[in-house]
Structure formats: C-alpha cells, structure tokens
Design a protein. Sequence first.
Length: 148
Amino acid sequence: MDYFKVPEIEGQWVGYYELGPEYGQINAGERVEFRLFIDQSNDGQFSGTSVDYDGYGSNFDIAKIQGFIDGQLISINKEYNDNLVIDEIGNTYTDNSRPKPKIHYTGTYNYNLYRYEGVFEVLCNDIPFGDGDIVEVLTGKWEAWKDH
C-alpha cells in the first residue's frame, strides 16, 4: 500500500460510529459497528449500502449511502428505509409516522492509521414551527477502514 495514497473507495469497509453528548449521559460514548459496501464510484462520486451489525441502538436495516471523495476528504449521506427511534431507556422501535432523519458523515483519511476519521450529524424530529421547523441535531464521531 502506498503510504500517501487513499485506497480505492470501492469495496467493503468496516468501522464504527460513537454517539455524542446529545444522546444523553448514559448513551454518550456508546459505539455501533457498521459495514459499508461501496459498489459504484465515478469521478469521486460513490454509492452503496451500509448495515449496522453490533452496538447500542443498532439499526439492522440496510441503509443507502451516497457520497464523494476529494483527495483525503470524504462526505457521505446515509438513509435508512425505516425511521428507527431509541427511547429514553434504550429500547428501539420503528416509527414511520415521522420523517426519516437526515444523516451526514464527513471526515478525512488518516494516512498513519489507514482509515477515515470524522464526525457525523443526524437531523431528526423535524417539527413544523411558525415559518420554519425545529430540528433536533445529534452528533458523534466515526472511523472506517478498508476490509481487505
């Protein structure tokens, strides 16, 4: 592997995302392991799927992903088929009466660790209010590396 070269984006990637402070004192720092399957890329644009497979609040639904890379920078939008909700005590259930959250990952490639690292934000609980909307923003960090 060339030390200063980002690997091809196509293929399988494994990683985790870690819940930030907005998830509450009990849940902050919890990790969810995931796998990305990137099957198409063209001119820095890519698409594929993602699945959570272990960890607090895992959504075992297959999510669609679309994104782009520019040098060592990466941006990914993720959308699940269903709206998974986690209640105050950690139980999960599907609630499709509300809009699905908008999930966005950004990051950079760490040449020393051979992985992408970054932050994510989830825009959820979109509630109309006056002339606009009230949106809850949840954050955290993530890492992913190529599965060889």
